[in-house]
Design a protein around this ligand. Sequence first.
Ligand code: HEC
Length: 440
Amino acid sequence: LKRGGAPLAFLAAVLAAGAAAARADVRGAGQLRHMSFAVNDAPPSAEEARRFAAGEVTMDELVAGWLAGEAHRGRIRRFFHDLFGTQDFGVISAEHVLLRKNALGIYKLPDKPDCGAAESSAVPAWWLEPGQTVKVCNNILSPVVEYGERGKPGYASCTDANRIAEPRCGCGPDLILCAPKESSADMAQDAYVEFAERGLHMYENGRSWLELLASDQFYGTRWEYYLLLWRGWMSPAGGAPVPADVERLRSLPLDRRGLTRYPESGPERAPVVNGINFMFQYNNFRSRVRILSERLLCQPINPALNTDGIQSFVNPDLKDADRSHGAKAGCSACHHALDNLGSTLLGWDNQGTFALAPPSQLGHAFGQTGTGPRFLMRSFVERGPGFRQCMARRAWETFSGLPWAELPPTDQRAFEAMAADGPRALLRGVLTSSALRRVR
Ligand code: HEC
């Protein structure tokens, strides 16, 4: 009878140990899974799970490996897409300037007569490497891109729809007014991922928030730069880009992204707010500022954005209707801040085209008066109320899946301090923090 107790006690001990081990395993596996999703947007591989469970690799080692991997780059792209990504509007230049190949493989324009080999030539084009040529119908070869004098009767731009059919009009030098139809999908796709790729580039190269959001540098492919030239300036204003801008265009690779200055001719441009898809999706200056405030300051348009209590509109070209409603009691609390921020973007229409006769782009942002989109973006980064907290909060909530308010204040302060050093310091800081490691 005495002997009966021992196996039972033994069994109970074995069961208890097993349960504790199972709990520890579940915790370890849960942490592994959570960390893998935070860094990679994907579960751990079976091999990683096995090695981690067997104690062959530590969490630090796994995270270090993941941070250097391809899946992590996808995760970072998605972070920036969530910040300022847009829907895919499939924006292209315009159908009437897209070149199609005829049965002989010669490019023609849809609104001009087709041609045979005898009426074609081999010419250079902006999307080719130097020395390469492409076969085109002679009727598109005219270098005329506009005729008459701007602002005078009889003036016409060949970029206007239907105008290119006119015999005087052609694709211009290096076919600069036209683009191959089969590449329009590349253009649309490149413009769609513009900000996600820009974010990844700045993250990987340790750049600042200002370089990400407010610099004079464009980051993208040649297709995308072309779209920028085309949509923002060539249509409907007409005229070919200046040689320096064509050089910038040609300096960019077709199948990779590169950094170059925004076009120097035409209006000043900034990242985000002058993105082609962005301007389509947020189609007036107020909605453009509203989304900036939501994404960069984590708050809707509200009276607190009027940090110095300005009670007037600084831009002389704001329409009377805008002024009168904005200055009404009850409306001005938001609109003095909103319209003064937004008037830095005056002149960009709902399609992302800049006005032929540009209005003033004077504005007032968080206590300072300045001009144009780069001033606006710089103001959000440098003086936007709560910018750093907002970036820290986004990073934490994105990677942990938990509300900022539940994070201990010491961790909050630590992440805000990291945010001062730019996107890489912040995102890496959160991903390698003990606060994140504690989350299951
Ligand atoms: C709480 C802040 C707030 C207050 C108060 C406010 N507005 Fe606005 N208003 C906005 C925001 C934000 C937008 C831009 C919305 C968008 O397009 O995303 C806007 C846009 C507008 C527009 C432009 C709509 C368009 O289609 O372009 C008008 C007109 C306007 N508001 C009038 C008023 C009037 C009149 C009042 C007072 C009765 C008022 N607002 C009070 C925040 C406010």
